[in-house]
Design a protein around this ligand. Structure first.
Ligand SMILES: [Zn+2]
Length: 60
């Protein structure tokens, strides 16, 4: 009668480290299980952290 016997398998999210359902999850670039919200949040963070040439060209 343990939770591990459940049909739903979980793995720690690679981003927030909270349990995520493997059957309803996204995989990041390295194939690690992540929440969909975490996946998009991580993409946004990377986009914001990466300077774009277009932005630089807008500067005088
Ligand atoms: Zn997460």
């Amino acid at each position: 009668m343990s939770e591990e016997s459940s049909a739903t398998r979980t793995a720690p999210c690679a981003i927030c480290r909270k349990p995520v359902q493997l059957e309803a999850t996204k995989k990041d670039e390295r194939g690690r299980a992540v929440h969909e919200d975490c996946y998009w949040a991580n993409l946004k963070r990377d986009a914001l952290a990466t300077p774009t040439e277009a932005a630089e060209r807008l500067e005088p």
